[in-house]
Ligand binder design. Structure first.
Ligand code: NAD
Length: 335
């Protein structure tokens, strides 16, 4: 290892955001150690060193942090899209697994040199009752309390945020916390239940012919904003470089769209006319948008690329995945 280079650990480096983050840090000249239960699914990891291990086990964290690091990025979590988080079937695992990962890191962080720690929280921490209106959801950072997230996933994130802030207050740990709002892009889950809305909709459209019907969960009028991965990485970088602002701060787009509008946009990119069949499904809150005043104030920056830009890239990537999977799996292809 070149001793003059900055060094970083990325926990969750086999996942969607983690694998992109490793690539970005490498481009910036870092020496990077990744750790995850698995290697990235869609591309080779760019990490200099990659440990396969279960971060619920403190011994794995101990092996990962066997030397001083300048920065530690904690993105590992038991998570998925609405089909994983909102059915209730995975609540115990989501809470237990993710909390353990964070507890283990913080326990060790007092005795090892972990540098500045980045923790990825989520827009899912915001109270349900502030997001019942499709046009006017409230997600300014201070509205997190009194707390009432709509999922156990959100409660765990809130608990862990508070834990990182407590370790900062009591033990001087240098932490940075971002609340991500629906990050999307290539190399993310696109089928089998853990995918988020943009990838799921792109897949459904890629699977059908012009004029066919696709299923949309709910009436499709529920609103969200989606942030393309590159701008998420820009935000992480700016927060990590800030001298003193710990967050929590939203990292998301303020371009709010309904799921119906997102579907129309993806269909237009695909060049297909699509009919929507609205069916029952796990939905989450009625409306959600990022609120970026605090981000703008402290980082003097907000994401600026239109949704269409990232969706264009993502649709093409998903379409290619569908094509490849169908060729390889034939009749066994499952979405
Ligand atoms: P992801 O599921 O693709 O990545 C998470 C990674 O953590 C996976 O590769 C998984 O294998 C790994 N992991 C889970 N349990 C582990 C364990 N016990 N030991 C080691 N590794 C383990 O998810 P992502 O979209 O890349 O999200 C990264 C982080 O950002 C997560 O903490 C997530 O909660 C948060 N977040 C993401 C979004 C989003 O829109 N993608 C939104 C809000 C918050």
């Amino acid at each position: 290892m070149n001793l003059n280079r900055k060094t970083a650990v990325v926990a969750g480096a086999g996942g969607f955001i983690g694998s992109h983050l490793v690539r970005r840090l490498k481009e910036e000249g870092y020496w990077v150690r990744g750790v995850d239960l698995k290697y990235p699914e869609f591309s080779e990891t760019a990490a200099d060193d990659f440990i396969i291990g279960d971060l619920r086990d403190p011994a794995v964290w101990s092996a990962v942090l066997d030397r001083p690091f300048d920065e530690t990025y904690q993105l590992a979590a038991d998570m998925g899209g609405a089909g994983y988080v909102f059915t209730g079937d995975n609540d115990a695992n989501i809470m237990h697994n993710s909390a353990l990962i964070n507890l283990n890191l913080l326990t060790l962080a007092q005795e090892r040199k972990v540098g500045r720690i980045f923790y990825s929280s989520s827009a899912c921490i915001y109270p349900k009752h502030n997001q019942e209106n499709t046009d006017n959801p409230h997600t300014a950072e201070h509205t997190a309390y009194p707390a009432y997230p709509d999922s156990e996933y959100g409660w765990e994130k809130l608990f862990s945020e508070r834990m990182y802030l407590s370790f900062n207050r009591n033990y001087g740990l240098d932490v940075r916390i971002a609340r991500f709002h629906n990050i999307f892009g290539p190399d993310g889950a696109w089928r089998l239940g853990r995918e988020k809305a943009p990838a799921a909709i792109c897949r459904k459209i890629a699977e059908v012919k012009h004029g066919d019907e696709i299923e949309i969960w709910g009436d499709g009028e529920q609103t969200r904003s989606f942030l393309y991965i590159d701008e998420c990485l820009d935000g992480i970088g700016k927060l990590m470089k800030h001298a003193s602002f710990s967050g929590p701060v939203n990292i998301g787009s303020e371009e709010m769209v309904s799921i119906n509008k997102l579907t129309d946009m993806a269909a237009e990119i695909a060049g297909k006319k699509i009919r929507k069949k609205h069916v029952e499904g796990p939905l989450g809150v009625r409306g959600r948008n990022s609120h970026n005043d605090l981000l703008k104030h402290h980082l003097n920056w907000t994401p600026s690329k239109p949704l269409r830009h990232g969706l264009d890239i993502t649709y093409k990537w998903v379409e290619n995945q569908v094509k490849k999977a169908r060729e390889e799996e034939g009749e066994n292809y499952k979405s």
